[in-house]
Design a protein around this ligand. Structure first.
Ligand code: 5GP
Length: 126
């Protein structure tokens, strides 16, 4: 069950369908707990999404419910994917949108990895 106050997990969200193989993706990494693939609408020369294989709505849900092994694997995968993509020397950005104010569109936890050019200020000014 999701954390109280969070929406229930929708098993038909687009990333759940990618995990089930119903929708293709350009995979860059997979391990027992994590999948990483290129974003369909990249906002930087490199734009990859890292998702846990478990059914977690968001960062809030994942950090409240996921076993420590899954949380560790997810964080490790983020670093490994960035390394594998050759982003470490020049640097990169990791971002996760959560809920309404975060502007989260897909209700399955995902971390964006952006790189390949200078990425500017962290947030747009109001
Ligand atoms: P959010 O706004 O929820 O943080 O980010 C969702 C991301 O998922 C967006 O960057 C969007 O381009 C990406 N996305 C949405 N649908 C698909 C899809 O079917 N395949 C892939 N690879 N990315 C998707």
């Amino acid at each position: 069950m999701p954390v109280s106050g969070l929406p229930p997990y929708d098993p038909n969200n687009i990333f759940a369908r990618i995990l089930r193989g119903e929708i293709p993706c350009k995979k860059v990494h997979e391990d027992a707990h994590t999948l990483a693939f290129h974003d369909i609408a990249p906002q930087a020369p490199v734009h990859v999404l890292v998702i846990p294989k478990g059914a977690y709505v968001s960062m809030a849900d994942f950090t409240a419910r996921a076993p420590a092994e899954e949380q560790a694997a997810f964080l490790r995968a983020v670093g490994e994917v960035a390394r594998q993509l050759g982003l470490e020397a020049a640097g990169y950005r990791v971002l996760s949108n959560m809920g309404q104010h975060g502007g989260q569109e897909v209700p399955h936890l995902h971390v964006h990895i952006f790189g390949g050019r200078p990425l500017g200020k962290m947030l747009a000014k109001e």
